[in-house]
Write a protein that binds this ligand. Structure first.
Ligand SMILES: NC(=O)c1ccc[n+]([C@@H]2O[C@H](COP(=O)([O-])OP(=O)(O)OC[C@H]3O[C@@H](n4cnc5c(N)ncnc54)[C@H](OP(=O)(O)O)[C@@H]3O)[C@@H](O)[C@H]2O)c1
Length: 266
């Protein structure tokens, strides 16, 4: 299968590298600023080719990942959407562009895919929502394609914000929480860099317990927090403080999503 990646910024560049590492696909990439695509190609010279023009990539690819900001996605659809045919599959990574708008912009099959930076490590959830024109066998093929770099999860189009908060924003949110916790250790005399390394190793251990040793989150809490002990005191504080924090966090991402989607910003 031949993959095209349009836009090799944060997410397109990450997907190009992730698929190149599988060595299963012929990849062609293109970016508005060509040097960015050239730099990615140099890291995977056997797997990745840089397209000399958008028409070349469109002609080459069976599946096209459109990894552009929403304004650029709309402009791209207006300029190039009509060149795709009904056997091609166009995957947009923008959660601002509706499947209806995607379908209106091209004859090809369409779907929305919301990757996560964790796919760089061939891990984590990759969200997707098939467009209306996709039949069952294409859904299966799409699921298989996404499973090469992560754990695909099909979601309803309108659920994208809250799911993307967990999967796509999640790595940055967890990283921020760890950084904040590490910064707080400075008062206790532990350098932040040491604390970050310790917390990351602890998190990696927790993930292994959950993934490989069959423990549940509540099981871990029970095993660590003796009644009346120090962990329980910390957990009580977290249970008091975090519901408001997370409610506000999800409200903030929703608000920003609406602002970006507003016509003035489109
Ligand atoms: N970042 C994430 O973790 C993440 C996760 C899930 C979904 N998304 C979505 O994925 C999309 C891309 O996000 P991003 O963070 O990767 O943005 P980004 O880093 O700004 O990358 C966008 C890239 O698209 C290129 N570009 C713009 N117009 C183009 C065109 N007509 N032809 C070819 N290349 C073009 C830009 O080129 P220049 O080098 O010239 O600027 C830039 O490299 C957004 O819709 C975002 O919401 C992002």
């Amino acid at each position: 299968m031949r993959l095209g990646i349009i836009g090799t910024g944060r997410i397109g560049g990450m997907l190009a590298a992730a698929y190149a590492k599988t060595r299963l696909y012929d990849l062609m990439i293109i970016n508005r600023t060509p040097t960015k695509a050239d730099a990615i190609q140099r890291q995977h010279p056997a797997q990745i080719h840089v397209a000399d023009a958008m028409e070349t990539l469109i002609e080459f690819a069976d599946v096209l990942f459109l990894c552009l900001k929403s304004t650029d996605t709309r402009a791209w659809l207006r300029q190039w959407g009509h060149l795709l045919n009904e056997n091609q599959l166009l995957l947009s990574t923008s959660s601002q562009i509706t499947l209806h708008d995607l379908d209106a912009g091209t004859l090809s099959l369409t779907a929305r895919v919301i990757p996560s930076v964790t796919q760089h490590a061939h891990a984590g959830i990759i969200l997707y929502t098939p467009g209306a024109k996709i039949r069952e066998h294409t859904k299966v093929a799409l699921h298989r394609l996404l499973s090469r770099v992560g754990e695909p999860l099909a979601i309803a189009e309108n659920d994208a914000r809250i799911y993307a908060d967990m999967t796509s924003c999640g790595p940055a949110f967890f990283a921020t929480l760890i950084t904040q916790a590490a910064a707080a250790t400075a008062d206790k005399g532990v350098p932040a860099a040491t604390a970050e390394a310790i917390l990351v190793a602890t998190l990696a251990g927790l993930v292994r317990l959950l993934k490989e040793n069959g423990l549940t989150l509540s099981g871990v809490i029970q095993q660590v927090a003796a009644p009346g002990g120090v962990t329980e005191a910390g957990i009580a504080l977290l249970r008091d403080e975090t519901p408001r924090l997370f409610a506000e966090l999800f409200a903030a991402t929703e608000r920003r999503h609406q602002e970006i989607a507003a016509p003035d910003n489109a």
